[in-house]
Design a binder for this molecule. Structure first.
Ligand code: ZN
Length: 96
């Protein structure tokens, strides 16, 4: 089994979950961010590879862009301030 990368938001451990035998998804054990459920024979492998690709694609630039987007969404009541906290945490982690 391939290793699961840490959550790009909070650094928490990614956990492979299997709601049914032929489906799987990865969720952060800390902030509970989860990605879509994969189905079929290779559900586990697909779920891990999607999570890892998502985690790898994060950069400070992307996070800053994302933060602006979420700030705007919050202004219009379309997002949760909790979400913004997670992004700010992620940005702080990237700066270290
Ligand atoms: Zn997390």
């Amino acid at each position: 089994m391939r290793c699961i990368k840490p959550c790009p938001y909070c650094g928490g451990t990614g956990e492979l979950l299997q709601p049914y035998s032929a489906s799987a998804y990865v969720q952060c054990s800390k902030c509970k961010t989860g990605l879509s459920t994969e189905h079929g024979e290779k559900a586990k492998e697909h779920a891990i590879s999607i999570w890892n690709t998502w985690s790898d694609s994060f950069s400070l630039e992307k996070l800053r862009f994302f933060k602006k987007h979420v700030e705007n969404q919050i202004k219009y009541g379309m997002d949760n301030p909790k979400h913004l906290k997670l992004i700010e945490l992620a940005i702080r982690r990237y700066k270290q």
